[in-house]
Design a protein around this ligand. Structure first.
Ligand SMILES: C[S@@+](CC[C@H](N)C(=O)[O-])C[C@H]1O[C@@H](n2cnc3c(N)ncnc32)[C@H](O)[C@@H]1O
Length: 236
């Protein structure tokens, strides 16, 4: 299925949500603000240790991430991007007066940042066949990577969900596949978080900006190992 058709359908889906529920967790199709913030908490593990950073919010909704960032007391420059015009209008209404925040509806206006995060953009596939949706996800993950100099993060519903709660219009991904994909394609430093109590997982990719470690020095004395052969737990 062409990706512009997918984008149109997804945009219409979320536009209807925000028009019905307003700038709230329900307005971006989450059950509660608690689960929305729990997701942000996982995604922002990618910026661990940074006191000052720039960040793109890919699929920003009404800019709920700004409310969360404000609780952290860090210095940041934020750009929110969403395919739904109604979302961008709400986001601009809510946060437009913050000097460090801007919102765009055209992807071309989204510039590179230290980090990019995407919360909830891969879940609602509707009628799209799984193979097409996966291709769309991988292409979008590539965009997240290209937009980010230091790292990126995203979440997806997990294929380890309880079968009785799974819905045909949602996409449940194999976390191991996405971990492997990101590890092979983007960086040595990839984390898979699957322990925060929601039916989903988060992938964090930190770009490897450090030089590779030097090779180990040659061993003195002809290469005999100094490591004891008997493992400690066997009484060594
Ligand atoms: C589940 S909502 C979450 C909104 C926000 N990230 C949050 O957690 O509060 C997903 C949002 O991503 C947007 N979206 C979905 N796919 C997108 C895409 N490919 N590019 C940009 N925005 C997208 C939707 O319009 C919707 O506003």
């Amino acid at each position: 299925m062409p990706h512009d058709k997918i984008i149109r359908q997804v945009g219409d889906y979320y536009t209807e949500k925000i028009q019905t529920h307003g700038a709230s967790a329900q307005g971006v199709d989450w059950n509660s603000v608690e689960s929305q913030f729990l997701r942000f908490q996982q995604l922002l593990k990618v910026i661990e240790g940074e006191e000052s950073f720039s960040i793109n919010d890919y699929g920003c909704g009404y800019g709920g991430l700004v409310d969360f960032l404000e609780t952290l007391g860090r210095s940041y420059r934020y750009t929110g991007f969403d395919i739904s015009e109604a979302m961008i209008l709400r986001a601009s209404d809510k946060h437009g007066d913050r000097k460090n925040c801007s919102f765009v509806q055209n992807e071309e206006d989204l510039k590179g940042s230290d980090y990019t995060v995407a919360s909830g953009i891969f879940n609602v596939k509707m009628e799209t066949p799984v193979e097409d949706w996966m291709e769309y996800c991988l292409e979008t993950i590539d965009k997240l990577a290209k937009l980010s100099t230091k790292g990126f993060a995203f979440n997806v519903l997990t294929s380890y969900s309880d079968a009785e709660y799974m819905r045909p219009d949602l996409y449940y991904a194999d976390p191991c596949f996405y971990f492997d994909h990101c590890k092979r394609k983007y960086s040595r430093w990839v984390s898979l978080l699957h322990d925060y109590g929601l039916y989903e997982f988060t992938i964090l990719v930190k770009k490897d900006t450090s030089p590779p470690p030097p090779p180990p020095p040659p061993r003195a004395g002809g290469g005999g190992s100094k490591v004891p052969i008997t493992p400690r737990w066997r009484g060594g």
